[in-house]
Design a protein around this ligand. Sequence first.
Ligand code: HEM
Length: 332
Amino acid sequence: MEPVILACTRIWLIIISCLVIISIVGDVGVMSSSSTVAGLLSYQYYETSCPQVESIVTDKLTPILLSDPASSAALLRLLFHDCQVQGCDASLLLDSDTSEMSSSKNFAIRNRETIGIIKTAVDSVCPGTVSCSDILVLAARDAVAMSGGPKMKVLLGRKDSNTSNHTLADASLPAANTGVGEMLSIFTKRGMTVEESVAILGSHTLGVSHCVNIMDRFSRQIIGANRTPFETLLALRCAFGASISNSGTVGNDVTITKFDNQYYKDTSRGRGLLKIDSDMSTDPRTAPIVERFAQNQNEFFKEFTAAFLKLTSANVLTGHQGVVRTKCNAVN
Ligand code: HEM
């Protein structure tokens, strides 16, 4: 009888050990699969939770862009300034960021409310699912495509932050008089090549700059002396106090609502508006690339697409690192 009891006890011990091992392996499996999901953005992130998100964003944005074509430029710049500070996390949409404490580098930032409007539409179909940072990326992506630019696929799954940091914004956003060396250092830190860095600056194919930000191009010269014809034109355009009152603007290129390679054509002919636009066409590190993009729009679109993906994926919050905000302009 005793050997039978011993054998049974051994069998039970083996079964219990197997169950313990299976449960541990199972836990590890869950942990590793959830940490993989948490650590990565994905093209299919909302495939099951909100498959309509991309079409809702496009449908909501189309009439806004049709009634105000300047919104494309505003949304693209909004995205850049959001991504540049703490990674794309919608911190720039927080009301606390619009206060007088906000970084002066965010001068003339517009269209934050557009993201809130789209968020309401998305939430009416998929409540509490899609982050404001993902909506901003999708809106800027659509703004580029609807203005004639490349139709890009973007990674999704970013989470929103609960904070914004004005000091960091002041330190990280480029000043209006940024030169080529600093620009390359900003974008190569995000893993961009020199070609991609020049391409992301092609965003200046859209929109305008205020006179106050281009005064350096002409104010250091005595009237008329040593100015190129383009600088004289800028001086006239920004005359009569427009540069002081912040009211005057000049187009970043001659087709300000069209996403095309006109920006490179203009800059390569000495008509770059901001210092960085102008300097890129003469600096030996960037001038050949400016020339190449001026000749070939497809090359520009290809490099821009790669750069956009890197700009929008670097240092983002995923999984439990952030939240899905209920309202884009306030923390939950
Ligand atoms: C070193 C890099 C950069 C510098 C120094 C810079 C500087 C500026 C400045 C000073 C303005 C004019 C703002 C105003 O006066 O209203 C401007 C406008 C603009 N920037 Fe940039 N920028 C840089 C990179 C970028 C990037 C990477 C993007 C997009 C991904 C971008 C998108 C835009 C757009 C679309 C406008 C026009 C905004 C509008 O019309 O509302 N910029 N930029």
